[in-house]
Design a protein around this ligand. Structure first.
Ligand SMILES: [Fe+2]
Length: 438
C-alpha cells in the first residue's frame, strides 16, 4: 500500500516536472521567434523612391521646383545652427535621457537659431529608425531644417533615397533629393528671402561614400619633418615605407565633388540671380567631407603663424578630403558668391580658416558617438546672416555633456586601435632617434 502511494507521488512529480520543462521550452521558442521576427523587421532593408528629375544644363531654371525657400525676419539676423556627425547607430540613443538629445536641445537653447542644418553621417546601422527619430526631434523643435548625407548614412538598413523619404515626412524639412542624374543623393538649394528678395542662398551637396579611382601621380605629399611641430595631426599619418617614406599624403580616397555637381551649382546660381533681378546673392555651401582646398587653407594658415584674425579652432586629425581637387573651389572663386563652406566628417576638428576670401570651417561635432573628444568638442556651429544677406559671423558652440552616455563598443575598439598605433609610433620614433633621423 505504502509502496503504491509512493509510486503515485513520484509519477505525479515526474509528470509535473516534464510539463513545466515543456512549457518553459515552448515559451522560450516562442519568445525567440517573436524576438527574431522583430529583429528581422527592424533590420529589413528599405528602398526609397528615386527622384523623377533628370537635369540638363540646358534646362530652364524653375524657382518653384529647383529651389526651396525660407523667410527671414527683416528685423533680426538669421542664425543657422549646424550639427555634424550625430552618427547614431541605435535609435534609443536619441532618447531624452541621452547625450545627443540634450546636446541638440541645449545648443538650440543657447543659440536661438532660425534654421538647423544636419551635416551628414547622421546615422548608420539602424539608420531607418534613427532617421525617424531625428526627424521627430527636429519637428519637435519646429524650425526649418536641412540635412545632407555623409559617408556613413548608407551603411544601415535603408538606402539614401529611403532616408530622404523619411526626412521629407517632416513638415519643416527642406531636404530634396535633387536631380537623379547627379552624383549622390540630396543635392539641393534653399533661398533665404527677406521682404520678397533673395538675400542669401544655401547649397547642400552630397560628397558621397565610396572610394574611387584617381591618378596617383596627381596626389600631393608633404615632408613629415616640415609638419612635425606645426601640425601633429598631419604628422602622425606620415607614410614610412616605399616611395613616399617620411612623407604625408594629402587627402583620402573619397569626398570629391563631381563635375555635374559643380555644373549644377553654377546653373542654380545663374537661375537664382536671374530670378533676383540680376543680383547674385551671397551663398554658403554645406557638405559632409571637406573640399580639397581645406588643405591649402590650413597650410597657408599654419605657415603664417596661425593668424587669429583668419582662423580659430582645432585641427586634431588630418583633413579627410579627396586626394585631388575636382574644381568646386575654383568654381566658388569664379562665381564670387559663396563666402562660407561648412563641413563635418572629422569629429575631432573644429577649425575655421579664411582662405582667398572664403571661410572654410569644420562644425563642432554633435553628441558623444564615435569620438574620443566628446568632453571638449560637443555641440554645433552657427553662421549668422545679417539684413543684407552677408554671412557676418561663424562661431563654434560647445555645450557640456548632459545625460546618459551609452557604453560605446565602437569607441572601445577605436581606443584599442589608438593604443596600438601609439605604441607603434613610439617604437618608430625611438628607432629614428637611434639612427639620428628624428
Ligand atoms: Fe564622415
Amino acid at each position: 500500500m505504502i509502496f503504491l502511494i509512493c509510486a503515485g507521488g513520484v509519477s505525479l512529480a515526474v509528470t509535473l516536472t516534464v510539463s513545466v520543462a515543456l512549457s518553459v521550452a515552448i515559451g522560450l521558442v516562442l519568445a525567440e521567434a517573436i524576438y527574431f521576427k522583430k529583429r528581422f523587421r527592424d533590420l529589413k532593408f528599405s528602398f526609397g523612391k528615386q527622384s523623377p528629375r533628370l537635369w540638363s544644363p540646358k534646362d530652364r531654371f524653375d524657382p518653384k521646383k529647383d529651389v526651396m525657400t525660407v523667410r527671414k525676419d527683416p528685423n533680426k539676423d538669421f542664425v543657422i545652427l549646424a550639427f555634424p556627425d550625430i552618427q547614431v547607430w541605435e535609435p534609443f540613443r536619441l532618447g531624452k535621457k541621452y547625450v545627443i538629445y540634450n546636446t541638440i536641445k541645449n545648443a538650440v537653447k543657447k543659440t536661438e537659431p532660425d534654421m538647423i542644418v544636419l551635416l551628414g553621417d547622421n546615422a548608420f546601422y539602424y539608420s531607418r529608425q534613427c532617421c525617424e527619430k531625428i526627424t521627430k526631434i527636429m519637428e519637435e523643435i519646429g524650425l526649418p531644417w536641412a540635412p545632407v548625407f555623409g559617408n556613413h548614412d548608407f551603411e544601415g538598413n535603408a538606402d539614401l533615397a529611403a532616408l530622404g523619404d523619411i526626412f521629407m515626412k517632416g513638415a519643416h524639412c527642406l531636404f530634396r533629393k535633387g536631380p537623379r542624374n547627379l552624383f549622390g543623393e540630396g543635392n539641393y538649394a534653399v533661398n533665404i528671402e527677406q521682404d520678397g528678395k533673395i538675400v542669401h542662398t544655401l547649397f547642400f551637396f552630397d560628397t558621397g561614400s565610396g572610394a574611387f579611382s584617381y591618378d596617383e601621380s596627381k596626389v600631393r605629399y608633404v615632408k613629415a619633418s616640415e609638419l612635425k611641430d606645426k601640425s601633429p595631426a598631419f604628422y602622425k599619418t606620415r607614410i614610412h615605407e616605399g616611395e613616399h617614406k617620411g612623407e604625408i599624403r594629402i587627402g583620402e580616397d573619397w569626398g570629391a565633388f563631381s563635375y555635374d555637381q559643380i555644373q549644377y551649382y553654377k546653373w542654380l546660381l545663374a537661375g537664382i540671380a536671374e530670378e533676383n533681378g540680376g543680383v547674385k546673392p551671397e551663398s554658403t555651401i554645406f557638405c559632409h567631407v571637406a573640399p580639397y582646398e581645406f588643405n591649402d587653407a590650413y597650410f597657408e594658415w599654419i605657415g603664417s603663424g596661425c593668424d587669429p584674425e583668419k582662423g580659430f579652432g582645432e585641427m586634431n586629425v588630418k583633413i579627410g578630403s579627396a586626394p585631388v581637387s575636382t574644381g568646386l573651389f575654383d568654381a566658388v572663386l569664379e562665381e564670387g558668391s559663396t563666402k562660407n563652406i561648412i563641413v563635418g566628417h572629422e569629429h575631432e576638428n573644429d577649425l575655421s580658416v579664411l582662405y582667398k576670401g572664403v571661410r572654410l570651417s569644420y562644425a563642432v561635432k554633435c553628441g558623444d558617438e564615435c569620438t574620443a573628444f566628446a568632453e571638449t568638442l560637443n555641440g554645433g556651429s552657427t553662421l549668422t546672416i545679417d539684413k543684407d544677406g552677408r554671412g557676418i559671423r561663424y562661431e563654434n558652440v560647445c555645450v557640456p555633456l548632459e545625460g546618459k552616455r551609452h557604453y560605446d563598443k565602437m569607441m572601445w575598439y577605436y581606443h584599442e586601435l589608438e593604443k596600438e598605433e601609439d605604441e607603434k609610433w613610439t617604437k618608430i620614433e625611438e628607432e629614428e632617434a637611434k639612427n639620428g633621423n628624428a
